[in-house]
Design a protein around this ligand. Sequence first.
Ligand code: FAD
Length: 256
Amino acid sequence: MARCIRFVKEHDLEFSVRSGGHDYVGKSICDGGLVIDLSGNSIEIDPAENTAIVGSVVRWGAFDEVAQKHGQATTGATVSTVGIAGYTLGGGTGFLARKHGLALDNLLSARVVTTFGESLLASEHHLQDLFWAIRGGSGNFGVVTSFEFKLHEVAPEITAGQIVFPFEQAGDVLRFYRDFMRDAPEEITCYAFFLNATPVDAFPESYHGKTVLSLVTAYIGGSKTRQKRTRTPPERWRAGFKHYSADTLHRSPHHV
Ligand SMILES: Cc1cc2nc3c(=O)[nH]c(=O)nc-3n(C[C@H](O)[C@H](O)[C@H](O)COP(=O)(O)OP(=O)(O)OC[C@H]3O[C@@H](n4cnc5c(N)ncnc54)[C@H](O)[C@@H]3O)c2cc1C
């Protein structure tokens, strides 16, 4: 990495850094310059300390699979192919966020290569300013080659699903959503958003091509807690929720 940085400086080139490649506007691919496509894909779990050191090109699906062998996970993207790097450096919200915070809250340290070609370890105890800056500041402060995360115990089973409503029901549904989430247990995370339903199996045919309201939800608590603490939505809401093994945690429910 340090050699790449020195090379682009010597040759006065543009460069960009690519990890999971999920930037919405393609910022990780520059024109006419050098794309540094990272390849450090190691995942080291320390189950006793509840920590993981993860190479920056790793994607959430791969990280989950390894961490779940120890019954652990940390907040990650809701789609398994998103890269941990761009996601974490931008803040990172996901299904564990209500209980365990954003990805940046779970970051313990990061190895950063600066534009001077130095490799630095930033943490709460060392280079605090740099550590503060990379948590939300995206890739503007150097290239991160590995991340150390705090892990949490997550039950071997989660409940997740997507509920889709016709646009006309959006007012009623969003009012219920607002009231329900106000005092919902922290184990429940639910995203509400409008989308245009593409003609795929995840949506009933009658929805294809229409704007619909989607609630994507995951419940990460155990089954006893689930029965005791969650309220059932009104009957007219067809949930069709399923149980999944937690190693699919950061796959979108309609992808699992
Ligand atoms: C399908 C999809 C689902 C998503 N789901 C979520 C979600 O649930 N929650 C959420 O919070 N966000 C989500 N996002 C947004 C996603 O977190 C951001 O787009 C993120 O920047 C993608 O990171 P990446 O590593 O995959 O992308 P890349 O395109 O590789 O990188 C994104 C940016 O980070 C920079 N960068 C990449 N790696 C490094 C590095 N190692 N060091 C320094 N800079 C680097 C790149 O240069 C670029 O500017 C989603 C995006 C998509 C497309």
